[in-house]
Design a protein around this ligand. Structure first.
Ligand code: 6LW
Length: 503
């Protein structure tokens, strides 16, 4: 038997796990910054920092004031903030994005990507979704949008200059040419796009031309990246952005999903941010293997500390990982009322409602556990795992009972109820990924229960996770786990979230 080739050090992919789609990246010196879509969640557009493209820390959310982000109550989930492009130009950071729930395309800028970001400049002349920003040598700013078309933009006023022109629409016959990014690299302007739709057919294609407006010549090897029709564990690969490392090498950041369970495969964490190595061959981009374990890049790695498992709610402000549905009012959601506790005041009567008062974080691991100490003395509320208003499971405390509910499409049902002693109660969920050999089962199982005084966990209901997947619910988001109030005022003393070892 021949000797196995020795594997060098590897790094794990996704580099930003959980619902972090449509990544856009830029580098300033030795620092990389990355922004993602956020849809119906407030604050919006999580912003990350890294020194090595592998280890990322969330440094803020670009849209954190109501003057920057309006997500009307009647707006459906998976509308809202789509596909930002993040760039650095002339000493400022620029973010262009579509709010499909309010106002179309918007432009923001900042000197520090951690914020504060400006109020929006509205861009009524920029059509469609997925806007990109690129500057040519004379400083002209080009906006390119899904379709694919292009128009000049005056950054100071938000006015477009000239007509919107078609550029290159990808592979003939491929659906949904979108997510364009335009770059000047060497002698060419490159137009990188996604095509094939953001589901299993997703792909990345590229074209090049001698001017920012083309004409563009398609790469003969298109699509330069797709996992369609393969058994690869990372699927739906597309919506990429290109970045150059200080040593001159290049990488793509892109979205992909990790389907689990039997056929057709369900993905539950939404579209996540992955890294793929690339090289240039004869003036074209060639994408390397995109795998869950990547060969470590040649440059030095800068690991970041693991997130603490417990959030104590001791600070005046919530960590940027915490997101709410459509809006967050300081009156309805505060850590200032009861020291060390998060207080939520109900508006919507359950997570079925568009105006539920909710604070949650993205599920980032296929197997994980969450716990929260809930005081329902003045109301009713609990812990929910949410994909959208019509797809969520929760455990709720109030009036001396805990109850488990499941909402799947038009159906809502109480799954279990149990009496508990009066006073605060630890509510929890254990999420366990299905082992790959169990081919006919769902992607995972969610066990809801509560902790007794001795810390033991009593499971009241174990529910299949397939109904909280994008393949069932549709849309563009992923699971978010968090606390909500359904009636009155509910206080939460702490929230624990930790990965569990895969089974
Ligand atoms: C986004 C489009 C896409 O605007 O999905 O995967 C849409 N790509 O480019 C929402 O994320």
């Amino acid at each position: 038997m021949s000797a196995q080739p020795e594997l060098g050090p590897t790094v794990s992919n996704p580099v930003i796990p959980g619902f972090h789609p449509d990544p856009s990246v830029c580098r300033v010196g030795d620092d990389y910054y990355l922004a993602c879509s956020s849809f119906e969640y407030f604050p919006g557009i999580p912003v990350f920092h890294s020194r090595d493209l592998v280890h990322w820390t969330q440094i803020g959310n670009a849209l954190e004031r109501p003057s920057q982000l309006r997500l009307p109550r009647e707006m459906p989930s998976s509308a809202g903030i789509y596909a930002p492009t993040l760039r650095h130009h002339d000493g400022r950071f620029w973010l262009i994005v579509t709010n499909v729930g309010d106002g179309g395309n918007l432009l923001f800028s900042a000197t520090d990507p951690a914020g504060p970001w400006s109020d929006p400049v509205r861009l009524p002349g920029v059509p469609g979704i997925d806007p990109d920003l690129a500057w040519d040598e004379d400083g002209t700013c080009w906006v390119t949008v899904a379709g694919v078309s292009q128009v000049r933009l005056d950054l100071a006023t938000g006015e477009t200059v000239g007509e919107v022109e078609r550029t290159w629409s990808g592979t003939p016959g491929a659906q949904a040419p979108e997510a364009p990014h335009l770059y000047r690299i060497g002698d060419y302007w490159y137009l990188l796009i996604a095509e094939g739709g953001t589901e299993r057919g997703h792909a990345v294609a590229i074209a090049r031309g001698l001017t920012p407006t083309g004409p563009f010549e398609a790469c003969p090897a298109n699509p330069i990246l797709t996992h369609r029709g393969t058994h690869r564990p990372i699927q739906n690969t597309g919506h990429a952005d290109l970045v150059q490392a200080p040593d001159g090498s290049w990488c793509l950041v892109l979205l992909g999903v990790r389907p689990g369970g039997g056929t057709p495969g369900w993905h539950v964490l939404g579209r996540e941010t992955f890294l793929a190595p690339v090289e240039w061959v004869d003036g074209w981009l060639v994408v390397g293997e995109l795998t869950p374990e990547l060969p470590a890049p040649a440059w030095p790695l800068h690991p970041v500390p693991a997130e603490p498992a417990r959030d104590e709610f001791d600070g005046a402000e919530l960590h940027p990982r915490w997101i709410s549905v459509r809006e967050r009012s300081h009156h309805l959601c505060t850590t200032k009322e009861r020291s060390g506790w998060l207080t939520l005041r109900a508006v919507g009567a359950s997570p079925d409602e568009n105006d539920v008062v909710f604070v949650g974080r993205r599920q980032q691991h296929l197997s994980c556990r969450a716990r929260t100490l809930t005081d329902p003395a003045e109301g009713r509320g609990g812990l929910t795992v949410r994909l959208d208003e019509e797809h969520h499971y929760e455990i709720e405390a109030g009036a001396g009972e805990v109850r488990v509910y499941a909402r799947i499409g038009p159906l809502r049902t109480e799954v279990a109820a149990h009496q508990v002693p009066a006073g605060p109660v630890v509510l929890g969920v254990d999420i366990t990924e299905t082992p790959p050999r169990e081919a006919r089962s769902g992607p995972d199982e969610l066990s809801f229960g509560f902790e007794a005084a001795d810390g033991s966990f009593t499971v009241l209901a174990a529910l299949t996770g397939r109904y909280l997947s994008t393949e069932v619910a549709g849309g563009f988001t992923g699971r978010v786990i968090g606390m909500y109030a359904a009636e009155g005022t509910v206080h939460f003393d702490r929230f624990d979230y930790e990965p569990l070892a895969a089974s």
